[in-house]
Design a protein around this ligand. Structure first.
Ligand code: RB5
Length: 145
């Protein structure tokens, strides 16, 4: 997995996004932060789309997106072709999102996840490979033809 991770959040996800940066640095990753840059109220699609564009274009392989519930920014990134955003609130869901769904954007609910759980979700997401096999055909069938 690429060592450059894209990051995006709204105001509700901003505090956890800043903490995620510290973990990424600790683990030897770099990051590209698409905002937001404060806890001032803002609209999650703006930042979700900026991150999703970078992953969709191939500029980045992987991203992490955070809003209050995770739902709004997850809906935003999943409007992009080739984006598989996975809303995760337990490490095992993050692990399965990689193993079974080949998720390329980890989405977390900043207002509904504690720091230790979020850290373990990020760890699993970044360290778990896609299993392929029967899961590949399922992923291939996701885009509306
Ligand atoms: C912001 O108040 C909140 O609506 C947003 O972070 C997110 O939870 C939306 O899905």
């Amino acid at each position: 997995m690429s060592k450059i991770i894209g990051l995006a959040s709204d105001h509700a996800g901003y505090p956890l996004k800043e903490t995620v940066k510290q973990w990424l640095t600790e683990w030897g990753y770099s990051y590209k932060d698409f905002g937001t840059n404060s806890t001032d109220s803002c609209n999650y699609p703006e930042f979700g789309h900026a991150l999703a564009n970078a992953v969709e274009s191939g500029e980045l392989e992987t991203g992490i997106a955070i809003c209050g519930t995770g739902n709004g920014i997850n809906m935003s990134v999943n409007h992009h072709a080739g984006i598989r955003g996975a809303l995760c609130w337990q490490p095992q869901i993050a692990e399965l999102a990689r193993q079974h769904n080949d998720a390329n954007i980890l989405v977390m609910p900043g207002r509904f996840i504690d720091e230790d759980t979020a850290r373990r979700c990020v760890e699993k997401f970044l360290s778990t490979p896609f299993e392929g096999g029967r899961h590949q055909a399922r992923i291939d069938a996701i885009p509306v033809k």
